[in-house]
Design a binder for this molecule. Structure first.
Ligand code: GLV
Length: 466
Protein backbone atom coordinates (compact mmCIF):
# COMPACT_ATOMS: atom_id res chain seq x y z
CA UNK A 1 0.00 0.00 0.00
CA UNK A 2 1.52 3.40 -0.90
CA UNK A 3 2.40 5.71 1.97
CA UNK A 4 -0.43 8.04 2.83
CA UNK A 5 -2.95 5.37 1.84
CA UNK A 6 -4.82 5.28 5.19
CA UNK A 7 -5.49 9.04 4.89
CA UNK A 8 -6.71 8.54 1.36
CA UNK A 9 -9.05 5.72 2.40
CA UNK A 10 -10.46 7.94 5.14
CA UNK A 11 -10.92 10.83 2.69
CA UNK A 12 -12.73 8.60 0.22
CA UNK A 13 -15.01 7.21 2.90
CA UNK A 14 -15.92 10.75 3.95
CA UNK A 15 -16.50 11.63 0.30
CA UNK A 16 -18.74 8.59 -0.22
CA UNK A 17 -20.75 9.37 2.91
CA UNK A 18 -21.08 13.00 1.94
CA UNK A 19 -22.39 12.05 -1.53
CA UNK A 20 -25.02 9.83 0.08
CA UNK A 21 -26.15 12.57 2.47
CA UNK A 22 -26.44 15.30 -0.12
CA UNK A 23 -29.94 16.60 -0.77
CA UNK A 24 -30.93 15.76 -4.38
CA UNK A 25 -32.26 19.28 -4.92
CA UNK A 26 -29.04 21.05 -4.07
CA UNK A 27 -26.98 22.68 -6.79
CA UNK A 28 -23.57 24.30 -6.69
CA UNK A 29 -20.16 23.07 -5.67
CA UNK A 30 -21.44 20.60 -3.07
CA UNK A 31 -24.15 19.05 -5.20
CA UNK A 32 -24.09 15.56 -6.73
CA UNK A 33 -22.87 15.29 -10.34
CA UNK A 34 -26.36 14.38 -11.60
CA UNK A 35 -27.85 17.40 -9.91
CA UNK A 36 -25.13 19.71 -11.19
CA UNK A 37 -25.51 18.32 -14.68
CA UNK A 38 -29.07 19.65 -14.64
CA UNK A 39 -27.81 23.20 -14.15
CA UNK A 40 -26.44 24.67 -17.38
CA UNK A 41 -22.81 23.93 -18.07
CA UNK A 42 -21.35 27.22 -19.21
CA UNK A 43 -17.58 26.89 -18.93
CA UNK A 44 -14.78 24.34 -18.83
CA UNK A 45 -14.54 24.70 -15.05
CA UNK A 46 -18.11 23.38 -14.70
CA UNK A 47 -17.04 20.22 -16.52
CA UNK A 48 -13.87 20.06 -14.46
CA UNK A 49 -15.90 19.92 -11.24
CA UNK A 50 -18.09 17.10 -12.54
CA UNK A 51 -14.99 15.33 -13.88
CA UNK A 52 -13.32 15.36 -10.47
CA UNK A 53 -16.33 13.67 -8.92
CA UNK A 54 -16.86 11.02 -11.58
CA UNK A 55 -13.36 9.80 -12.38
CA UNK A 56 -11.24 7.67 -10.02
CA UNK A 57 -8.76 9.66 -8.01
CA UNK A 58 -5.61 8.18 -9.53
CA UNK A 59 -6.62 9.23 -13.06
CA UNK A 60 -7.75 12.68 -11.93
CA UNK A 61 -4.39 13.09 -10.22
CA UNK A 62 -2.58 11.80 -13.32
CA UNK A 63 -4.31 14.45 -15.41
CA UNK A 64 -4.32 17.35 -12.96
CA UNK A 65 -0.68 17.41 -11.98
CA UNK A 66 2.73 18.53 -13.07
CA UNK A 67 6.21 17.39 -12.20
CA UNK A 68 7.94 18.13 -8.88
CA UNK A 69 6.79 21.51 -7.48
CA UNK A 70 4.34 21.94 -10.38
CA UNK A 71 5.57 25.51 -10.97
CA UNK A 72 5.52 25.17 -14.78
CA UNK A 73 2.18 23.36 -14.69
CA UNK A 74 0.68 26.33 -12.79
CA UNK A 75 2.49 28.94 -14.90
CA UNK A 76 0.98 27.52 -18.11
CA UNK A 77 -2.47 28.62 -17.00
CA UNK A 78 -1.50 31.67 -14.91
CA UNK A 79 0.53 33.31 -17.69
CA UNK A 80 -2.47 33.28 -20.02
CA UNK A 81 -4.42 35.07 -17.30
CA UNK A 82 -1.96 37.97 -17.19
CA UNK A 83 -2.41 38.87 -20.85
CA UNK A 84 -4.94 41.65 -21.37
CA UNK A 85 -7.12 42.11 -24.44
CA UNK A 86 -7.97 45.47 -26.01
CA UNK A 87 -11.69 46.15 -26.07
CA UNK A 88 -12.88 47.84 -29.28
CA UNK A 89 -16.39 49.12 -29.94
CA UNK A 90 -18.71 50.29 -32.70
CA UNK A 91 -17.26 47.89 -35.24
CA UNK A 92 -19.53 45.87 -37.56
CA UNK A 93 -19.45 42.38 -36.07
CA UNK A 94 -21.66 40.56 -38.56
CA UNK A 95 -20.52 37.46 -40.44
CA UNK A 96 -17.72 36.36 -38.17
CA UNK A 97 -15.51 33.33 -38.75
CA UNK A 98 -13.01 31.45 -36.62
CA UNK A 99 -12.47 28.80 -39.30
CA UNK A 100 -8.86 28.21 -40.14
CA UNK A 101 -6.44 25.57 -41.38
CA UNK A 102 -3.92 23.38 -39.59
CA UNK A 103 -1.44 21.64 -41.90
CA UNK A 104 -3.67 22.65 -44.80
CA UNK A 105 -6.61 20.84 -43.20
CA UNK A 106 -9.78 22.90 -42.84
CA UNK A 107 -10.69 23.27 -39.14
CA UNK A 108 -13.78 24.73 -37.44
CA UNK A 109 -11.38 26.69 -35.20
CA UNK A 110 -7.59 26.59 -34.73
CA UNK A 111 -7.84 23.91 -32.04
CA UNK A 112 -6.86 20.24 -32.15
CA UNK A 113 -7.28 17.57 -29.49
CA UNK A 114 -3.85 16.89 -27.97
CA UNK A 115 -2.51 13.38 -27.44
CA UNK A 116 -3.03 12.36 -23.81
CA UNK A 117 -1.96 9.07 -22.28
CA UNK A 118 -4.47 6.76 -20.56
CA UNK A 119 -7.49 8.57 -22.01
CA UNK A 120 -9.48 5.33 -22.01
CA UNK A 121 -9.10 5.30 -18.23
CA UNK A 122 -10.75 8.72 -17.89
CA UNK A 123 -13.85 7.20 -19.51
CA UNK A 124 -14.44 3.77 -21.00
CA UNK A 125 -13.47 3.78 -24.70
CA UNK A 126 -12.41 7.41 -24.17
CA UNK A 127 -10.19 7.76 -27.23
CA UNK A 128 -12.87 6.40 -29.58
CA UNK A 129 -15.54 8.73 -28.17
CA UNK A 130 -13.30 11.81 -28.19
CA UNK A 131 -12.16 11.10 -31.76
CA UNK A 132 -15.75 10.86 -32.93
CA UNK A 133 -16.72 14.08 -31.15
CA UNK A 134 -13.74 15.90 -32.69
CA UNK A 135 -14.49 14.61 -36.20
CA UNK A 136 -18.14 15.68 -35.91
CA UNK A 137 -17.10 19.15 -34.74
CA UNK A 138 -14.47 19.56 -37.44
CA UNK A 139 -11.24 19.63 -35.44
CA UNK A 140 -8.34 17.13 -35.52
CA UNK A 141 -7.99 14.42 -32.90
CA UNK A 142 -4.58 13.04 -31.90
CA UNK A 143 -4.27 9.51 -30.53
CA UNK A 144 -1.43 8.93 -28.08
CA UNK A 145 0.93 5.95 -28.31
CA UNK A 146 -0.01 5.44 -24.65
CA UNK A 147 -3.72 5.25 -25.35
CA UNK A 148 -6.03 2.55 -24.09
CA UNK A 149 -7.97 2.16 -27.35
CA UNK A 150 -5.70 1.11 -30.19
CA UNK A 151 -5.07 2.83 -33.51
CA UNK A 152 -7.25 0.20 -35.16
CA UNK A 153 -10.08 0.66 -32.61
CA UNK A 154 -10.26 4.40 -33.28
CA UNK A 155 -10.01 4.00 -37.06
CA UNK A 156 -12.83 1.43 -37.12
CA UNK A 157 -15.03 3.46 -34.78
CA UNK A 158 -14.75 6.88 -36.43
CA UNK A 159 -14.06 5.96 -40.05
CA UNK A 160 -12.38 9.39 -40.29
CA UNK A 161 -8.68 10.25 -40.51
CA UNK A 162 -7.02 11.28 -37.24
CA UNK A 163 -3.47 12.06 -36.14
CA UNK A 164 -1.20 9.64 -34.35
CA UNK A 165 1.33 10.65 -31.69
CA UNK A 166 4.55 8.69 -31.45
CA UNK A 167 6.76 8.02 -28.45
CA UNK A 168 10.08 6.53 -29.45
CA UNK A 169 11.03 3.37 -27.62
CA UNK A 170 14.22 1.36 -27.63
CA UNK A 171 12.61 -1.45 -29.60
CA UNK A 172 12.91 0.07 -33.08
CA UNK A 173 11.19 -2.86 -34.81
CA UNK A 174 8.15 -2.12 -32.70
CA UNK A 175 8.34 1.59 -33.56
CA UNK A 176 8.55 0.80 -37.27
CA UNK A 177 5.53 -1.46 -36.99
CA UNK A 178 3.68 1.21 -35.03
CA UNK A 179 4.36 3.77 -37.76
CA UNK A 180 3.17 1.26 -40.35
CA UNK A 181 -0.01 0.62 -38.34
CA UNK A 182 -0.71 4.36 -38.26
CA UNK A 183 -0.24 4.49 -42.04
CA UNK A 184 -2.52 1.48 -42.54
CA UNK A 185 -5.17 3.19 -40.40
CA UNK A 186 -4.95 6.24 -42.71
CA UNK A 187 -3.74 8.58 -39.99
CA UNK A 188 -3.23 11.91 -41.70
CA UNK A 189 -0.32 13.24 -39.62
CA UNK A 190 2.29 11.94 -37.21
CA UNK A 191 2.96 13.92 -34.02
CA UNK A 192 6.42 13.06 -32.75
CA UNK A 193 6.86 13.95 -29.08
CA UNK A 194 10.41 15.07 -28.32
CA UNK A 195 10.14 16.09 -24.67
CA UNK A 196 9.52 12.72 -23.05
CA UNK A 197 12.52 10.47 -23.54
CA UNK A 198 12.66 10.23 -19.79
CA UNK A 199 9.78 10.84 -17.40
CA UNK A 200 9.47 13.84 -15.06
CA UNK A 201 8.49 12.80 -11.56
CA UNK A 202 4.87 13.41 -10.63
CA UNK A 203 4.59 12.82 -6.92
CA UNK A 204 0.89 11.94 -6.91
CA UNK A 205 1.30 9.12 -9.44
CA UNK A 206 3.90 7.48 -7.25
CA UNK A 207 1.83 7.92 -4.09
CA UNK A 208 -1.29 6.58 -5.86
CA UNK A 209 0.58 3.62 -7.36
CA UNK A 210 -0.78 4.66 -10.78
CA UNK A 211 -1.50 1.61 -12.91
CA UNK A 212 -3.64 0.57 -15.86
CA UNK A 213 -6.06 -0.87 -14.93
CA UNK A 214 -6.09 0.15 -11.25
CA UNK A 215 -4.83 -2.58 -8.90
CA UNK A 216 -7.38 -3.95 -6.39
CA UNK A 217 -5.78 -2.31 -3.36
CA UNK A 218 -7.89 -1.12 -0.42
CA UNK A 219 -7.53 2.60 -1.26
CA UNK A 220 -8.43 1.94 -4.91
CA UNK A 221 -11.42 -0.23 -4.02
CA UNK A 222 -12.78 2.40 -1.62
CA UNK A 223 -12.29 5.13 -4.19
CA UNK A 224 -13.83 3.07 -7.00
CA UNK A 225 -16.86 2.40 -4.80
CA UNK A 226 -17.64 6.11 -5.10
CA UNK A 227 -17.37 6.03 -8.93
CA UNK A 228 -20.09 3.56 -9.87
CA UNK A 229 -20.89 5.02 -13.28
CA UNK A 230 -17.21 4.88 -14.25
CA UNK A 231 -16.97 1.26 -13.03
CA UNK A 232 -20.09 0.12 -14.88
CA UNK A 233 -18.93 1.67 -18.14
CA UNK A 234 -15.47 0.18 -17.68
CA UNK A 235 -16.96 -3.26 -17.09
CA UNK A 236 -18.83 -2.84 -20.36
CA UNK A 237 -15.69 -2.53 -22.48
CA UNK A 238 -12.86 -4.93 -23.19
CA UNK A 239 -10.40 -2.06 -23.62
CA UNK A 240 -8.66 -1.79 -20.28
CA UNK A 241 -4.97 -1.89 -21.16
CA UNK A 242 -2.57 -0.12 -23.52
CA UNK A 243 -4.03 -1.09 -26.89
CA UNK A 244 -1.10 0.07 -29.01
CA UNK A 245 1.47 -1.79 -26.96
CA UNK A 246 0.11 -4.95 -25.37
CA UNK A 247 0.30 -7.78 -27.87
CA UNK A 248 2.45 -5.68 -30.22
CA UNK A 249 5.69 -4.84 -28.37
CA UNK A 250 8.00 -7.77 -27.69
CA UNK A 251 8.70 -8.79 -24.11
CA UNK A 252 6.13 -6.47 -22.55
CA UNK A 253 4.95 -8.59 -19.68
CA UNK A 254 3.84 -5.96 -17.20
CA UNK A 255 3.34 -2.35 -18.04
CA UNK A 256 0.84 -1.72 -15.32
CA UNK A 257 3.37 0.42 -13.47
CA UNK A 258 3.60 3.25 -15.93
CA UNK A 259 6.68 4.94 -14.52
CA UNK A 260 8.85 1.82 -14.43
CA UNK A 261 7.62 0.67 -17.83
CA UNK A 262 8.42 4.07 -19.33
CA UNK A 263 11.86 4.07 -17.74
CA UNK A 264 12.59 0.65 -19.24
CA UNK A 265 11.13 1.13 -22.72
CA UNK A 266 11.39 4.78 -23.76
CA UNK A 267 14.59 5.62 -25.59
CA UNK A 268 16.69 8.18 -23.71
CA UNK A 269 19.01 8.42 -26.73
CA UNK A 270 16.35 9.94 -29.01
CA UNK A 271 17.96 12.73 -31.09
CA UNK A 272 17.61 14.70 -34.33
CA UNK A 273 18.91 11.79 -36.45
CA UNK A 274 15.95 9.80 -35.23
CA UNK A 275 13.65 12.58 -36.39
CA UNK A 276 15.13 12.13 -39.84
CA UNK A 277 14.53 8.36 -40.06
CA UNK A 278 11.06 8.65 -38.57
CA UNK A 279 10.21 11.34 -41.12
CA UNK A 280 11.43 9.05 -43.93
CA UNK A 281 9.65 5.99 -42.60
CA UNK A 282 6.40 7.91 -42.11
CA UNK A 283 6.52 9.79 -45.39
CA UNK A 284 3.58 12.08 -44.54
CA UNK A 285 2.91 15.25 -42.55
CA UNK A 286 5.11 15.45 -39.48
CA UNK A 287 4.52 17.54 -36.35
CA UNK A 288 7.25 17.92 -33.72
CA UNK A 289 5.87 18.38 -30.22
CA UNK A 290 7.73 19.63 -27.16
CA UNK A 291 9.70 22.60 -28.50
CA UNK A 292 10.30 25.35 -25.92
CA UNK A 293 13.58 26.90 -27.03
CA UNK A 294 14.40 29.04 -30.06
CA UNK A 295 17.45 26.92 -30.90
CA UNK A 296 15.34 23.76 -30.91
CA UNK A 297 12.70 25.53 -32.99
CA UNK A 298 15.33 26.25 -35.65
CA UNK A 299 16.43 22.61 -35.61
CA UNK A 300 12.80 21.55 -35.90
CA UNK A 301 12.34 23.85 -38.91
CA UNK A 302 15.56 22.59 -40.48
CA UNK A 303 14.42 18.98 -40.02
CA UNK A 304 11.74 19.60 -42.65
CA UNK A 305 8.83 18.98 -40.28
CA UNK A 306 5.51 20.58 -41.23
CA UNK A 307 4.59 21.99 -37.82
CA UNK A 308 6.02 22.29 -34.34
CA UNK A 309 4.16 22.47 -31.05
CA UNK A 310 5.48 24.88 -28.44
CA UNK A 311 5.00 22.72 -25.38
CA UNK A 312 6.41 21.75 -22.00
CA UNK A 313 4.21 18.66 -21.87
CA UNK A 314 1.63 20.40 -19.73
CA UNK A 315 4.24 21.18 -17.07
CA UNK A 316 4.80 17.45 -16.56
CA UNK A 317 8.45 17.25 -17.53
CA UNK A 318 10.96 20.08 -16.80
CA UNK A 319 9.64 21.79 -13.69
CA UNK A 320 10.96 25.36 -13.78
CA UNK A 321 10.73 25.68 -17.57
CA UNK A 322 8.95 28.68 -19.12
CA UNK A 323 5.25 28.45 -19.62
CA UNK A 324 4.27 27.62 -23.19
CA UNK A 325 2.68 31.02 -23.82
CA UNK A 326 5.83 32.75 -22.56
CA UNK A 327 7.94 30.76 -25.02
CA UNK A 328 5.59 31.21 -27.98
CA UNK A 329 6.44 34.75 -29.24
CA UNK A 330 10.19 34.16 -29.55
CA UNK A 331 9.64 30.89 -31.42
CA UNK A 332 6.95 32.33 -33.67
CA UNK A 333 9.22 35.28 -34.51
CA UNK A 334 12.19 33.01 -35.22
CA UNK A 335 10.56 30.34 -37.41
CA UNK A 336 6.87 31.16 -37.85
CA UNK A 337 7.33 32.14 -41.49
CA UNK A 338 8.88 28.77 -42.40
CA UNK A 339 6.92 26.23 -40.35
CA UNK A 340 3.49 26.21 -38.68
CA UNK A 341 3.91 27.06 -35.00
CA UNK A 342 1.28 25.68 -32.64
CA UNK A 343 1.04 25.67 -28.86
CA UNK A 344 -0.34 23.56 -26.04
CA UNK A 345 -0.29 23.95 -22.26
CA UNK A 346 -2.69 25.91 -20.09
CA UNK A 347 -5.44 26.45 -22.67
CA UNK A 348 -8.77 26.29 -20.85
CA UNK A 349 -10.88 28.76 -22.81
CA UNK A 350 -11.52 30.41 -26.14
CA UNK A 351 -9.89 33.52 -24.71
CA UNK A 352 -6.67 31.52 -24.28
CA UNK A 353 -6.90 30.29 -27.87
CA UNK A 354 -7.33 33.89 -29.07
CA UNK A 355 -4.31 35.08 -27.06
CA UNK A 356 -2.19 32.25 -28.47
CA UNK A 357 -3.22 33.11 -32.03
CA UNK A 358 -2.46 36.79 -31.34
CA UNK A 359 1.03 35.82 -30.23
CA UNK A 360 1.75 33.89 -33.41
CA UNK A 361 0.23 30.41 -33.04
CA UNK A 362 -1.31 29.08 -36.23
CA UNK A 363 -2.96 26.37 -34.15
CA UNK A 364 -3.50 25.23 -30.58
CA UNK A 365 -3.94 21.88 -28.86
CA UNK A 366 -6.10 21.16 -25.84
CA UNK A 367 -5.38 18.25 -23.49
CA UNK A 368 -6.79 18.66 -19.98
CA UNK A 369 -9.77 20.71 -21.16
CA UNK A 370 -11.06 17.89 -23.36
CA UNK A 371 -10.35 15.28 -20.67
CA UNK A 372 -12.58 17.20 -18.24
CA UNK A 373 -15.45 16.97 -20.72
CA UNK A 374 -14.75 13.32 -21.48
CA UNK A 375 -14.55 12.23 -17.84
CA UNK A 376 -17.63 14.27 -16.95
CA UNK A 377 -19.97 13.29 -19.80
CA UNK A 378 -18.24 11.04 -22.33
CA UNK A 379 -18.59 11.96 -26.00
CA UNK A 380 -21.22 14.65 -25.26
CA UNK A 381 -18.78 16.23 -22.82
CA UNK A 382 -16.05 16.51 -25.47
CA UNK A 383 -18.56 18.11 -27.83
CA UNK A 384 -19.54 20.50 -25.02
CA UNK A 385 -15.89 21.48 -24.48
CA UNK A 386 -15.48 22.24 -28.17
CA UNK A 387 -18.73 24.24 -28.25
CA UNK A 388 -17.72 26.28 -25.20
CA UNK A 389 -14.27 27.08 -26.57
CA UNK A 390 -15.65 27.90 -30.01
CA UNK A 391 -18.22 30.31 -28.60
CA UNK A 392 -15.73 31.97 -26.27
CA UNK A 393 -13.25 32.36 -29.12
CA UNK A 394 -15.82 33.82 -31.49
CA UNK A 395 -17.31 36.31 -29.01
CA UNK A 396 -13.97 37.39 -27.55
CA UNK A 397 -12.56 38.02 -31.02
CA UNK A 398 -15.63 40.15 -31.71
CA UNK A 399 -15.21 42.15 -28.49
CA UNK A 400 -11.69 42.90 -29.70
CA UNK A 401 -13.26 44.37 -32.84
CA UNK A 402 -12.44 41.61 -35.34
CA UNK A 403 -14.56 39.35 -37.52
CA UNK A 404 -12.03 36.91 -38.93
CA UNK A 405 -9.49 34.85 -37.00
CA UNK A 406 -7.05 35.39 -39.87
CA UNK A 407 -6.83 39.09 -38.87
CA UNK A 408 -5.88 38.39 -35.24
CA UNK A 409 -2.39 39.50 -34.22
CA UNK A 410 -0.60 41.22 -31.35
CA UNK A 411 -2.51 44.44 -31.92
CA UNK A 412 -5.48 43.01 -30.01
CA UNK A 413 -3.32 42.73 -26.86
CA UNK A 414 -2.50 45.46 -24.33
CA UNK A 415 1.23 46.21 -24.61
CA UNK A 416 3.17 45.43 -21.47
CA UNK A 417 0.82 42.59 -20.49
CA UNK A 418 2.06 39.93 -22.91
CA UNK A 419 5.40 38.15 -23.32
CA UNK A 420 7.54 39.57 -26.12
CA UNK A 421 10.09 36.79 -26.31
CA UNK A 422 13.09 39.08 -25.81
CA UNK A 423 14.70 37.01 -23.05
CA UNK A 424 14.32 33.73 -24.94
CA UNK A 425 15.57 35.29 -28.17
CA UNK A 426 18.60 36.64 -26.30
CA UNK A 427 19.20 33.19 -24.78
CA UNK A 428 19.33 31.75 -28.29
CA UNK A 429 22.10 34.25 -29.16
CA UNK A 430 24.28 32.79 -26.40
CA UNK A 431 23.46 29.13 -26.80
CA UNK A 432 23.98 26.41 -24.25
CA UNK A 433 27.32 25.34 -25.73
CA UNK A 434 27.29 21.65 -24.82
CA UNK A 435 23.74 21.02 -25.97
CA UNK A 436 24.18 23.02 -29.19
CA UNK A 437 27.34 21.14 -30.10
CA UNK A 438 25.60 17.84 -29.52
CA UNK A 439 22.57 18.86 -31.53
CA UNK A 440 24.65 20.24 -34.35
CA UNK A 441 26.62 17.03 -34.51
CA UNK A 442 23.48 14.94 -34.32
CA UNK A 443 21.92 16.91 -37.14
CA UNK A 444 24.87 15.98 -39.30
CA UNK A 445 25.08 12.20 -39.33
CA UNK A 446 28.64 12.58 -40.61
CA UNK A 447 29.90 13.46 -37.15
CA UNK A 448 29.04 10.73 -34.68
CA UNK A 449 32.29 11.09 -32.75
CA UNK A 450 31.71 14.79 -32.19
CA UNK A 451 28.26 14.02 -30.86
CA UNK A 452 29.41 11.60 -28.23
CA UNK A 453 32.34 13.79 -27.27
CA UNK A 454 30.26 16.92 -26.93
CA UNK A 455 27.33 15.48 -25.06
CA UNK A 456 27.84 12.90 -22.36
CA UNK A 457 24.26 11.71 -22.70
CA UNK A 458 24.65 10.85 -26.37
CA UNK A 459 25.44 7.20 -26.96
CA UNK A 460 27.14 5.89 -30.10
CA UNK A 461 24.07 3.98 -31.24
CA UNK A 462 22.15 7.23 -31.25
CA UNK A 463 23.74 8.18 -34.54
CA UNK A 464 23.55 4.87 -36.35
CA UNK A 465 21.81 5.14 -39.69
CA UNK A 466 18.34 3.61 -39.47
C1 GLV B 1 2.37 11.11 -20.98
O1 GLV B 1 2.11 11.70 -21.97
C2 GLV B 1 2.43 11.73 -19.69
O2 GLV B 1 2.67 12.93 -19.61
O3 GLV B 1 2.23 11.00 -18.71
Amino acid sequence: MPSGAPCQVAADLVDALASGLRSPGRVGPGASPRCRAMTPITCIEDLHRIYRRRVPRMFVDYCDSGSWTESTYRANEADFGRIKLRQRVAVNLENRSVRSTMLGQDVAMPVAIAPTGLTGMQHADGEMLAARAAAAFGVPFTLSTMSVCSIEDVAAFTGKPFWFQLYVMKDRDYIERLIDRAKAARCSALVLTLDLQILGQRHKDIKNGLSVPPKPTLPNMVNLATKLQWCLKMLGTKRRSFGNVVGHAKGVADMSSLSSWTAQQFDPALNWNDVEWIKKRWGGKLILKGILDVEDARLARDSGADALVVSNHGGRQLDGASSSIEALPAIADAVGRDIEVWIDGGIRSGQDVLKAVALGAKGTMIGRAFLYGLGAMGEAGVTKVLQIIHRELDLTMAFCGLRDIADVDRRILVPGTYPTGEALTAAARSPNAAVSAAQGAAASSAAPAALSAAHPAARPQAVQAR
